[in-house]
Write a protein that binds this ligand. Structure first.
Ligand code: F0G
Length: 457
């Protein structure tokens, strides 16, 4: 049978949202008003928005139709039972608690579980997870596998946790829980292999430490296992997902990613006692446990979205579109985290802008400069997000300076991605060498990337 080479989006556009084009001069003004912080730029001033893949996806016609079935009863809503069944079918876990988004699930878990130990250990925690763990008094240890630090390595599971370091820490330190983030967002959107998940589970059982999954991109991780790991090619994404969830004690999920919804999250547990404890806190901060801060219609959207995210042709398109952008940027010599991740392409800003020292925030400079040049909004994942200022005013820098180009699900076409690629190429040729970096003029102590102010040097 003839095999087509052209990639197409496996959907048609039923309802379109116009993009407002704008000029370089206009963006310069916008950026100045936003104090060189892309989180403070109004969305209408953005031509292609790759700030995040979270809550920014396009819902399907079936999801929009399901909104009308939303049962808005305060307790025992029909929508909750449909949501619960969908989550149970995928995770195999009996206790399901909705939350208004991922970070509230994190907070409830860290606050409520009887975690005995000082450290939360992870392949890499996402920034809100880290902030919640630290805020509640835990110390955080990130230990991605050694391949992750080899920028040029094409190892297919760079999101893995370093098992040797994990065992050492479990042996010598008092560990409250181990969190595996799939895919590993802060470490290049790289997947975690089934083998690594299973080995982590064995170690956690040996040391009697709970294994928690941050599973917001579980479907994308599943597709990588299917296509890259031996023995899974003939299994469906749903079957592989179940095998992942089977390894862990509990999970928290932001439904704004592979839930294909605009808002929402949930916690799943196997332990009834823990579930009851979490429910008590849920009542205080989120709402009754059958809605958890969400409208019935949101629960309907998530119930369907989770299933659509496991559709094989959707996943093939999803991962291929990230690979398409990655491959085209690589062809024109842009330094990238290798290989392509599941939801985003990560530019290595230290290598792209070698004349800007880390103290002048190369990734922030790149993302701000690229927006000004092209209207493409990206996200800094470097020393602004993960660095800090010590009490004596001394800055601490992160070991990586990445610019994340996160692709919203089912939103942009391949021609939008061509525009992004051209934007990066032209920016590198015409603008990059004139940049001197930025300095921080104002920053709050926690999650400073959301609201810090900067100036060009
Ligand atoms: N865990 C991971 C791995 C995430 O990527 C996020 C959010 C969360 C937890 C928190 O979920 O936003 O629903 O509260 N990531 C978004 C991003 C914000 O841009 O990567 P949330």
């Amino acid at each position: 049978m003839y095999k087509f080479k052209t990639l197409i989006e496996p959907f048609k556009i039923k309802s379109m949202e116009p993009i407002q084009l704008n000029s370089y001069e206009h963006r310069k003004k916008v950026l100045k008003e936003a104090r060189l912080n892309l989180f403070l730029v109004p969305a209408k001033e953005v031509i292609i928005d790759l700030l995040t893949d979270s809550g920014t996806g396009a819902m399907s016609a079936d999801q929009w139709a399901a909104l009308m079935k939303g049962d808005e009863s305060y307790s025992g809503s029909e929508s909750f039972y449909r949501f619960q069944k969908s989550v149970q079918d995928i995770t195999g876990m009996p206790y399901v608690l909705p939350t208004h988004q991922g970070r509230s699930a994190e907070r409830i878990l860290f606050h409520t579980l009887p975690l005995k130990g000082e450290y939360v250990v992870s392949n890499t925690l996402f920034d809100t997870t880290r902030a919640n763990a630290e805020d509640l008094g835990f110390k955080v240890l990130d230990m991605p596998c050694s391949e992750f630090y080899q920028a040029q390595s094409e190892f297919g599971f760079k999101g893995n946790i370093n098992l040797l370091s994990l065992e050492k820490v479990l042996h010598h330190k008092s560990v409250a829980c181990v969190v595996l983030t799939i895919t590993n967002n802060s470490a290049g959107g790289q997947p975690v292999s089934m083998e690594n998940i299973k080995s982590t589970s064995i170690l956690c059982k040996k040391y009697n430490v709970p294994l928690v999954l941050d599973a917001c991109r579980f479907a994308e991780n599943t597709y990588f296992i299917k296509t890259r790991e031996k023995g899974y090619r003939d299994q469906s994404p749903l079957e592989i997902s179940r095998k992942i969830f089977d390894q862990v004690d509990l999970c928290f999920v932001s439904a704004k990613k592979d839930g294909l919804a605009h808002i929402g999250g949930f916690i799943c547990l196997r332990n009834e006692q823990w579930s009851e404890e979490c429910k008590k806190r849920l009542l205080i901060s989120e709402g009754f446990p059958t809605y958890g801060g969400l409208a019935g219609r949101d629960l309907e959207a998530i119930a369907l979205g989770l299933k659509e995210a496991l559709n094989e042709s959707y996943l093939q398109y999803r991962i291929s579109s990230v690979e398409y952008l990655h491959g085209n940027l690589r062809k024109i010599g842009i330094p990238l985290v290798l290989p392509a991740g599941g939801h985003a392409v990560y530019i290595d800003a230290k290598a792209a802008l070698p004349s800007i020292p880390v103290s002048a925030y190369p990734a922030q400079s790149f993302s701000v400069g690229l927006y000004e040049f092209s209207g493409v909004r990206t996200c800094e994942i470097g020393s602004v997000m993960f660095g800090k200022e010590l009490e004596n005013g001394e800055p601490v820098f992160h070991n990586q300076e990445l610019v994340r180009l996160a692709l919203p699900r089912r939103v942009y076409t391949f021609s939008h991605l061509d525009y992004v690629c051209e934007a990066v190429e032209a920016f590198m040729k015409e603008k990059a060498s004139s940049l001197r970096g930025v300095r921080i003029v104002h920053a709050p102590p926690v999650l400073r990337h959301f609201s810090a102010h900067f100036e060009w040097l």
